[in-house]
Design a protein. Sequence first.
Lengths: 472, 249
Amino acid sequence: MQADSARFPDNVAAARRDATLLGALDRLQRDARAGRVETVARLPEFEALRDAARDIRNGALANLAANLERFEANVVANGGAVHWCRDAAEACEAVARICREAGAKTVAKGKSMVTEEIGLNAALAGAGFDTVETDLGEYVLQLRDETPSHIVIPAIHLTKDQFAETFRGAHGDLPADRSLEEARQITDEARCALRDVFLRADVGITGANFLIAETGSVAIVTNEGNGDLAQSLPRTHIAVTGIEKAVGTVEEALTLIRVLARSATGQEISAYTTFATGAKREDDAAGPENFHVVLVDNGRSDLLAGPKREILRCIRCGACQTVCPVYGAVGGHAYGAVYAGPVGSVLTPALAGLEKSKHLPEASSFCGACEAVCPVRIPLPRLLRMWREDAFQAHLGPKVMRWGLFAWSALTAWPWAYRTAGGIGGRMLRLMAMGRGRLTRLPFAGKWTGGRDLPVPEGGTFVGKWHGRRGR
Amino acid sequence: MEAAQERPAVGLFATCLVDLFRPSVGFAAARLLERAGYRVEVPRAQSCCGQPSYNSGDRKAARRGARRAVAAFETFERVVVPSGSCAAMFVRHFPDLLADDPEWAGKARSLAGRTYELVDFLARVAGWRPDAARPPSGSVTYHDSCSGLRELGIREQPRALLAASGGPELREMEGSDICCGFGGTFCVKYPAISEAMADRKIDSIEATGADAVVGGDLGCLLHIEGRLSRRGSAVGARHVAELLDAGEG
């Protein structure tokens, strides 16, 4: 299924028929939810840390230009280069150019959502490079020609058996009768396949969790260690990331790291936290000879200048996806966008245009679970509502909804008329129900009665009865 | 807590769903407030708080709704709403909606400070505790509606009152704080998602073996009740005001 945001309702219907997906989502929401709650409970100052993290991100965004320039100066001083890219095409071209100059054949990739955002793998394939994802989940997705469905758990929609089946198809040189029952056997096989890639690769590409202005460092946090191999074994390391990732100091980054893993996976800290600072120096034992940072704007400057700038605080922990009951009902692919879930429903209209992604801000019950877990306290429902306001202004919603709301809003402006009409409507429903307490079908209300009965009004209105019966 | 002799008249905002679907919830709320020592008034000028427009992006219509509600309740020292999501409109969203309106901004902020969700008001402001002669028996499970829980901090209040009532046994469900999928217009814009969320909620409700699910928001309850009924479940759905009122008097 080639999903896109414009076909969101179709994507939802397909997702609801996919029993494997629904099982995986149930497990994610039960286990990951509990994991985060437990870890947070062990850290009494977690709420204060969230405040600090929010303030650090706000400060970093307020000083973004200065932070980025300082970052660039330090990268250059450490023997690296920074490439400023306005959009996806510029960023892909910058990466391809570096790969060409490095005479690369094989490119090893660490996990990076920004490279998904700019479509880097397709661009590199088109330019003739053999690009291999080295995060286990991303590797399986690449073999299956699928996209990540969650920011930090990209293959959450797949089962262990699907991993095994994919490996049997891809690793034809291995004995067909080998066992891939255990998770351990699957990871061992991936390790062997990927080790060769790391040793072969001419270029390693990673994302960045944070860019540190005072040192010119690129910080990544990972669990598999593949990011470290990808950025230290090949001769050339390219970090590709969004401009909003810059913070001022190492200390600021460390505070953010304290909330990141706890929010993302319920771990106190990820297995690997790595700061890459510049190219290999003469007396360094190892490291890349060439160090490049590709900074991607792709709409971020516009977001920063507008009313939805708070979304740029996001540190991509995925907690809002994991906790979101809508995400839990449909999975990440239904959103038809690189970033799924609440954060994606705010980002996608900015990246892809509101008209193409108009369903996403609407597909929220505004339950607020996302805001309640966001480590940098992004008011996600408020930002989604802003998109709804933009969509309303642009007349993007269904006409019937618009007219229905207009009629309701006009009626409620006249409480007497509203109550009279409401009373008449209630009487009609009672007549149609013929003495039963609920209606199972109702013309023009199929969206409700398709899956729910409609409890019938008791009769009369509260305000009318109150003033009638009590004579007030 | 307010001293008994100083208790001012309370303005009751019924909410459109109680007004049009379940007047009995409004009467139950009024009786509870009267038992807590307040005189209850119900302004005729009330209708809808404007939340459907607000959440559908029609800010202009939402501001009209906000101004209408602010005007209708301007004279009350205390305003009580038997719904967390409508109360949150008064408390959290009216001040924001009317912030740049010089005539109404101050009034909206003032009303926000005087408005309470019903159970929160009874438990915290009135310090009321049920003293029913014949409290209802059986067992219930409590659904935390999202706005009341996350925008107004209502979690312990209904549980404290239910426990003090000596009434039905409270059996906590797994994920009582997870959205039921109502979400106002969301439930008819994306019914497939809304129903999936309701099913997850109902699975948790049924796992407790409780006779009924109780909550503070009629929107959630009508939605859950409608889905329970469609699934052929025997579990009922009741507003917490009805339950607290049931054994009284």
